[in-house]
Design a protein around this ligand. Structure first.
Ligand SMILES: *Cc1c(COP(=O)(O)O)cnc(C)c1O
Length: 432
């Protein structure tokens, strides 16, 4: 498989090159030259496959000859070694729980696949790759955990001081080893601006091989298809599901749409947004107008210009009408998010995190118009990652899952830096 840049000004590359580069030299996103068709009979017989076999069937066409089959199998096995249960919340709405991985958010899947791929592609290089990543919370934890102990790769994470939840902070600062955490005295936008400056700095380029781990990387984007197949294995209704995905950068929903293009049965997609509603507005009036991000309870979706939306347009060959036939979008504000967490807990005894709550409110609106359909939400994070909002809605103190209890006794390690690129540069050059 070859990948071209959506800006069309760069040469095509294979999966390995696309993974190492992240973004094409012309700053475009990489996109596969063809969307593979699933083997005949695969969907009809999906119950006969195990998770790893599904992973290989779906991913192999995208990986091509970039790595031996055995290596791909090993990476997939390590990527998806936790459950992806589909749980019934109401008779018509289920939750695909994507938060049973090590950092309790769906980003574990993409981060684990990408880290292992990058480690493999850099295996013969004596110089380590340095992954520089800015995070508002979830990405950093998944990337840190995914890359922990991966040979030939070191990770430097910038996060806004005092602006991530306790569990998120622990996931960022207790890893040690090849993971370095930097607490920036600013907000997420400051962190992101510092990382961007670092990538174009000539002095840093002499000392570091820098790469990013954000969601535009094909090695993070493509494996996110897998759990939609695991959901279909568990789907027991006649009609295919309506799938509601809480969306920020639109990588996750774009992976689901790609899976559908390959042959995964899906009735309809719901792009569930918080008050950052560029795509919701686009679908209603045809005008795509990027905005400054607004802070909300579902902060992993506070994105004013979703980077992956351009890939969705490419899948639909830039046809607004085709897109509209397959995707609906709803914007859910913080009040409705709180109310949804509260009502779903009281009526159905299911605890939603704020992101899943946005997805639930959105699919609920859609299904009221389409009462013969059923569907599921992508439950992208465990409620314990957003304890303040969940408590505000339900008065419940979310119990800490056993799998992360040891975080609380580990020593924390991080360096505080002012929110200026010069401080980051000095830090990076001094540690060489
Ligand atoms: C990152 C994230 C999202 C948004 O996913 P995109 O792929 O950027 O659309 C939604 N929910 C949670 C919990 C996240 O961490």
């Amino acid at each position: 498989m070859k990948y071209y840049s959506l800006n069309k000004q760069s040469p095509v590359v294979d999966f390995a090159q696309a993974t190492i580069q992240g973004q094409a030299p012309d700053k475009g996103l990489y996109f596969p030259e063809t969307i593979p068709t699933l083997p005949k009979g695969f969907i009809d017989n999906i119950h006969q496959y195990n998770k790893i076999e599904i992973g290989i069937t779906v991913m192999l066409p995208y990986i091509g000859n970039s790595m031996p089959l055995q290596q791909l199998e090993k990476i997939i096995e390590e990527t998806i070694n936790f459950p992806f249960p589909l749980i019934s919340i109401t008779p018509s709405i289920h939750a695909l729980e994507l938060f049973h991985g090590p950092t309790l958010a769906f980003k574990d899947v993409g981060a684990r696949f990408m880290s292992r791929s990058l480690g493999y592609f850099n295996r013969n290089n004596s110089k380590p790759v340095t992954v520089l990543v800015a995070t508002s919370g979830d990405t950093g934890g998944a990337v840190a955990n995914g890359f922990l102990g991966v040979q030939g790769v070191e990770v430097i994470i910038l996060f806004p001081k005092n602006k991530v939840s306790k569990v998120q902070e622990l996931q960022l600062t207790t890893q040690g080893n090849n993971i370095t955490a930097l607490e920036i005295e600013g907000n997420f936008d400051d962190c992101q601006a510092m990382v961007k400056d670092a990538f174009i700095d000539k002095d840093l380029q002499q000392h570091y091989t820098l790469t990013s781990a954000n969601s535009i990387n094909v090695a993070r984007w493509l494996p996110q298809q897998l759990y939609y197949f695991y959901a279909y294995q568990q789907w027991q209704q006649q009609l295919p599901p309506v799938i509601s995905v809480p969306s920020g950068n639109f990588g996750n929903i774009c992976a689901a749409i790609l899976a559908h293009e390959s042959g995964l049965p899906v009735q309809h997609f719901i792009a569930a947004c918080n008050s950052n509603k560029v795509v919701t507005d686009y679908l209603s009036n045809g005008v795509y107008q990027p905005q400054k991000a607004i802070p909300t309870f579902s902060n992993a979706m506070d994105v004013g210009n979703p980077s992956n939306f351009i890939r969705i347009l490419e899948i639909f060959h830039q046809s607004f009408q085709t897109l509209k036939n397959k995707i609906s979008s709803y914007s859910i504000n913080d009040d409705t998010t709180l109310q949804t967490i509260q009502e779903v807990y009281q009526q159905h005894h299911y605890l939603l995190d704020p992101h899943a709550a946005v997805a639930f409110a959105a699919i609920n609106q859609y299904l009221q118009q389409h009462p013969n359909l059923k569907g599921y939400i992508a439950a992208t994070a465990h409620p314990v990652k957003f304890p303040d909002v969940v408590k505000k809605a339900t008065q419940i103190e979310v119990p800490i899952p056993e799998s992360i209890q040891d975080l609380f006794s580990k020593p924390q390690n991080s360096t505080v830096l002012p929110a200026h690129f010069s401080a980051l540069k000095e830090f990076l050059l001094n540690r060489k």
